[in-house]
Design a protein around this ligand. Structure first.
Ligand SMILES: Cc1ncc(COP(=O)(O)O)c(C=O)c1O
Length: 455
């Protein structure tokens, strides 16, 4: 593919490999360069202002440029920019943050935290903790993992093997053995039933059938996002998670809640699993843990898992030692940012704001959908919203992506100062949790006009 010399030489695209992107497309359509941020707004190179309807990448929960977070970062840098958690050294911010997180996740029964640098790493650690837990408990044969179709758990080979979307997987196959996916409770698109509770029951049954088929004694854990995010904001029926917990208990399978997007308020509850009244055994975090000011991931384990790692054997290579960790595990600057960020989450009760403003957002979008035959479904929970566009609402036939229906709407929204993520013609709305109703009105008006223009 030939591209014009001028565009191929754009400094934004000349030397970088972008994530999840087609280099030829980007060479011809250079990305929008963001240079500034203030609360729910970001600014481009010309100073044009946008409402950040995607909250960075559903991670800037406390908003851009928060003075409290910046101050915590600078104070930590003034003291110490880095020291390692390896080889019997430690830093205080990680220990303090772990204490804060264990207090916040006390109702879920979480006891300890392992730190890393992002969501994929947090999931990777969860996989290894679960496998080692079963070895330490005398069941090394429990090594398999089950996840959901349409799941997104990250990009490292372990996390990728849990993902449930073919285009993300197929270029990198073969993936790890022992990883299986079952049907996701996707209310808008499933071949089973239109009744949500029946669907919740059925999908939990399918999980149980898979566990039995694999041999219940061979499954280490089931992992899922409380609300599937990158799969298109798929909110499960209310009975799904409680039934999943029952299925896992019946077969002694661990339950891992991937809270990388839902953690710390986005769903309208502090944690996604709390919204469904379920206590997992392991929880994974990143993104909203410090609103993206510095990369950070975390994996929490409950008392049951934590206890298995306790031993009288104090040798370095004891099977009870967790033989895993990145240089940046517990990075003091990232942890200091997280402590300041979580203080904002609690003091400003951002989960409550996400719940209230999210409900208003959903109402306004549903009102708008009535006027647009190409909106198949508006769905979401808290400030995690999906708007699925379809060529035919009657048959739910998706658009051929080469028609660029969603892409054209996206371009108009950007021109009018609204950023949302268009993922295969589902618009994902995930703004900072500080969003107000007046911002919602603005986003909905622009979205409405953009859809009308393209229709
Ligand atoms: C639920 C979930 N888990 C894990 C990840 C991976 O996180 P990261 O991109 O920080 O590696 C993501 C990223 O979007 C996610 O949505």
């Amino acid at each position: 593919m030939h591209v014009s010399h001028h565009l191929a030489n754009d400094p934004l695209t000349r030397n970088i490999v972008y994530p999840f992107a087609n280099a030829s497309f980007l060479a011809r359509n250079p990305p929008l360069c963001i240079e500034g941020g203030d609360d729910v707004y970001v600014f481009d190179r010309r100073g044009k202002r946008y409402i950040d309807g995607q909250g960075g990448l559903w991670n800037v929960n406390a908003g851009h440029g928060r003075a409290e977070v910046k101050r915590a970062i600078v104070q930590q840098l003034d003291k110490l920019s880095f020291y390692s958690q390896f080889g019997n050294t430690a830093t205080l911010p990680a220990a303090e943050l772990a204490e804060v997180m264990c207090r916040m996740a006390e109702p879920e029964g979480m006891r300890r935290v392992f730190f890393s640098s992002g969501g994929s790493e947090a999931v990777e650690a969860a996989i290894k903790l679960a496998r080692q837990y079963w070895r330490l408990s005398g069941h090394p044969e429990r090594f398999k993992f089950i996840s959901l179709r349409l799941a997104y758990h990250g990009v490292t080979l372990g996390a990728l093997s849990l993902n449930g979307r073919t285009p993300y997987r197929e270029q990198y196959e073969p993936l790890l053995p022992g990883f299986y996916q079952v049907e996701s409770p996707y209310q808008y698109r499933n071949p089973f039933t239109a009744d949500p509770l029946e669907l919740g029951r059925l999908c939990a049954d399918l999980l149980e059938r898979e566990i039995i088929y694999q041999g219940p004694g061979s499954v280490a854990a089931f992992i899922a996002e409380p609300i599937q995010g990158a799969g298109g904001v798929i909110v499960p029926p209310p009975n799904f998670w409680p039934l999943v917990r029952e299925v896992c208990d019946r077969h002694d399978v661990l339950l891992i809640s991937d809270e990388v997007v839902t953690g710390f308020g986005r769903s309208g509850s502090l944690f996604g699993c709390r919204a469904f009244n379920v206590k997992p055994d392991i929880m994974t975090f990143a993104k909203g843990i410090n609103s993206g000011y510095i990369p950070l991931g975390a994996t929490m384990i409950n008392e049951r898992i934590a206890q298995a790692f306790e031993t009288h054997d104090e040798s370095e290579f004891s099977p009870h030692a967790f033989m895993h960790g990145n240089t940046y595990a517990g990075h003091p600057v990232a942890c200091a940012a997280a402590i300041a960020n979580l203080r904002i989450v609690e003091q400003e009760d951002l989960p409550a704001n996400a719940k209230e403003v999210g409900a208003y957002f959903l109402d306004r979008l549903k009102e708008m959908a009535v006027r647009h035959p190409n909106i198949g479904e508006v769905r979401g929970m808290g400030l995690m919203i999906g708007v699925e566009l379809v060529a035919d609402a009657e048959t739910k036939q998706p658009f051929d992506l080469s028609e660029r229906f969603g892409a054209k709407i996206w371009e108009i929204c950007v021109a009018k100062g609204v950023l949302m993520r268009n993922l295969a013609d589902t618009f994902i709305i995930s703004p900072p949790l500080t969003l107000k109703k007046e911002h919602v009105d603005l986003v909905v008006d622009v979205f409405d006009q953009a859809i009308s223009a393209v229709e």
